[in-house]
Design a protein around this ligand. Structure first.
Ligand SMILES: NC(=O)C1=CN([C@@H]2O[C@H](COP(=O)(O)OP(=O)(O)OC[C@H]3O[C@@H](n4cnc5c(N)ncnc54)[C@H](OP(=O)(O)O)[C@@H]3O)[C@@H](O)[C@H]2O)C=CC1
Ligand SMILES: O=C1O[C@H](COP(=O)(O)O)[C@@H](O)[C@H](O)[C@H]1O
Length: 604
């Protein structure tokens, strides 16, 4: 029997391991995979017309190598990324190899073959994000066998720490999704042994040269690739990039820099940041992270739309009445008030996370899944957007609230926030895309902190069924009877479609039900954290989920004028109690466009 095996390049490239896996797959076993010649569990096994396709834990759709077991038992590999032809002696019609999902970005085959190294430096390693997200994500990748064979992780910050102290700090925070898994302790030990620390200033080339020296020792003469993750406040981005680039760039491999948001606070400062970064880096070395693009359900948005015939034909003004992009958190700016007060919720969430989702949602079909093709389509959406009117924006700020014995602080109770701050902790806005597909469709965004629940979702409300035979049975709630598609990004990831159906029985009464794909009911595997996907992508040179500079410019061009107007006019936010549903103004905004917020309805 013939078998076709697909594997991500970084996990599985050895022909002998592929052969072993192929043989194993033929033995009617449960799902398998392979890593460094050792068979490890895989998550998915599918039959494709007599061939067996395996996907690894490291990438799902990010497939790059296909190993083809031929009839005579010989094994050949096909580099999907290079488009190399299948082996000549492959008998025609023997195999059905589904087209690989190509990653056209250069796949670092040297890394996979163990010839080169990847050094990851977390700049700002002593900080909140590094502890909370970056180190746990790196460990999860290591646990899953997704990091290259030769890798080293360095923490870099001003704080004085030894390697051992960094390891202790990191070990305390590895309370990630992996921590209850088999062999977690052992894996963690192995992971920590590959973590080191260097203390230095962010603007000292001398200190970065010292780091370079240490990195070289670990790279041991191999081709070196270096990834710097800037997990530091934005005012020191440029200094750190300058020093890293001039004094610690890879000598003979790639150098990439992940930059955390905020990328400026308006068009001007963002452009200045881009110009400054480009003094030291090429655009293709800069990976601007928007971690919402790494979330599973956001990643699934294009799959849902472009791989299901039933959605794409409805995806326009003809059938969609409005789209809602909703973000809410049930806690305030606790601990981050100093940062937040300079930015506010529009810059913190709307201009990046929600707008990126909107662009993905509304873009035309890209030519391919190639990063540039997708980003080209997103930019077109952003550039087709109508300027936001200040009247189409509602801003709010949370105030203190006591519930029972518990007292919740107001935003300005934070000592790092000025008492008279007008910074919005909540905002809602109506946006429009002036193109043929979306003309006149309101895209309503809403984002807030210290609200009654935590959620991020996309709601698509469809139009009424014309001449609906069943209007009579629906009664006056015609609005409630329209279909709604909900993509719940978090928590409890789900995609559900509200449909009308008949209540069973002899009468004719209509009911509203959900066709519900609840991920935790459908899949036993945990959903990886967004940072895992994005770090892996950066290591692989996959830019699809990172923000290109022209996307960033277009996003700022949309929001800068309205932000300026809100700030110049000193618009006073509507105050809402901590833990409430937010300012009532959002209902007036929605009503102006004949919209009802889906999350505030009776049957959300
Ligand atoms: N925390 C979060 O949840 C999120 C953070 N971000 C972004 O990620 C980046 C890092 O965030 P976070 O970890 O919270 O930041 P921190 O405030 O924790 O700063 C990270 C490290 O930078 C150094 N640092 C802090 N302030 C200064 C300063 N004024 N001058 C020089 N060095 C300083 C400190 O290290 P040392 O003193 O040891 O040098 C600190 O440990 C920021 O750009 C932030 O906007 C984005 C999304 C979410
Ligand atoms: O970028 C940010 O995102 C977080 C929310 O991220 P999530 O993955 O936990 O939903 C938000 O709290 C923070 O203010 C913002 O800077």
């Amino acid at each position: 029997m013939a078998a076709a095996l697909y594997s991500p390049n970084h996990c599985c490239s050895s022909p002998s391991s592929l052969a072993a896996a192929a043989a194993y797959s033929n033995s009617n076993s449960s799902s398998i995979g392979f890593h460094k010649n050792i068979i490890i569990p895989f998550s998915v096994k599918r039959k494709v017309l007599g061939s067996v396709v395996l996907q690894s834990n490291c990438g799902g759709g990010h497939l790059s190598n296909a190993a083809i077991l031929m009839q005579d038992g010989a094994l050949a590999t096909k580099m999907a990324a290079t488009g190399e032809a299948p082996p000549k002696n492959l008998k025609e019609g023997l195999l059905s190899v589904p087209p690989p999902v190509e990653r056209k970005a250069p796949i670092d085959s040297d890394v996979n073959e163990g010839k080169s190294t990847v050094s990851i430096t977390v700049v700002g390693a002593s900080g909140d994000l590094a502890k909370k997200k970056i180190f746990p994500a790196l460990f999860a990748l290591y646990y899953e066998g997704c990091l290259p064979e030769h890798f080293t992780i360095f923490g870099y910050a001003r704080s004085k720490m030894t390697d051992a102290e960094l390891r202790t700090m990191v070990s305390k925070t590895l309370t990630c999704r992996i921590d209850k898994r088999e062999n977690c302790g052992e894996k963690m030990e192995q992971f920590l042994e590959r973590c080191f620390y260097h203390s230095g200033q962010y603007d000292s080339q001398q200190n970065f040269s010292e780091l370079d020296k240490k990195l070289k020792e670990h790279e041991a003469g191999k081709v070196s690739n270096r990834l710097f993750y800037l997990s530091i406040p934005p005012n020191i981005f440029v200094n750190a990039v300058k020093c890293a680039s001039l004094s610690a760039s890879a000598a003979n491999g790639w150098t990439r820099v992940i930059v955390e948001k905020p990328f400026g606070r308006d068009s001007e400062s963002s452009a200045a940041l881009t110009t400054a970064l480009k003094q030291y880096l090429q655009e293709d070395q800069i990976f601007r992270i928007d971690h919402y693009l790494g979330k599973e359900l956001v990643e699934n948005l294009s799959v849902l739309r472009f791989s299901n015939l039933i959605f794409e034909p409805l995806w326009s003004r003809q059938y969609i009445r409005n789209v809602q992009l909703i973000f809410s958190e049930d806690f305030g700016t606790e601990g981050r008030g100093g940062y937040f007060d300079h930015y506010g919720i529009i810059r913190d969430i709307m201009q990046n996370h929600l707008l990126q989702i909107l662009a993905l949602f509304a873009m035309e079909t890209p030519v391919s899944l190639d990063a540039e093709d997708i980003r080209n389509e997103k930019v077109k959406v952003l550039r087709s957007m109508r300027p936001i009117r200040v009247d189409d924006v509602v801003v709010g700020q949370y105030k203190n609230h006591t519930k029972g014995d518990v007292s919740y602080p107001g935003y300005t109770d934070d000592k790092t926030v000025p008492k008279d701050s007008l910074t919005p902790t909540f905002a809602a806005a109506a946006l429009f895309i002036d193109n043929a597909r979306w003309d006149g469709v309101p895209f309503l965004m809403k984002a807030g902190k210290a609200l009654h629940d935590k959620r991020a979702e996309i709601r698509v409300q469809f139009r009424h069924v014309p001449g609906n035979l069943y209007n009579r049975n629906v009664g006056t709630g015609l609005d409630r009877a329209t279909n709604e598609l909900v993509i719940r990004v978090q928590p409890d990831e789900a995609i559900y479609l509200k449909i009308n159906n008949k209540v069973p029985g002899l009468g004719m009464r209509l009911d509203r039900s959900n066709l519900n794909l609840l991920y935790k009911a459908r899949y036993s595997k945990e959903i990886p954290d967004a940072y895992e996907r994005l770090l892996l992508d950066a290591i692989e040179g996959e830019r699809r989920l990172f923000i290109r500079s022209d996307e960033l410019d277009a996003a700022w061009a949309l929001f800068t004028p309205v932000l300026k107007e809100l700030e110049d006019k000193k618009i006073i936010p509507e105050y809402y109690p901590y833990g409430s549903r937010g300012p009532v103004g959002v209902h007036y905004l929605a009503a102006r466009y004949n919209v009802k917020w889906g999350d505030l309805g009776v049957d959300e």
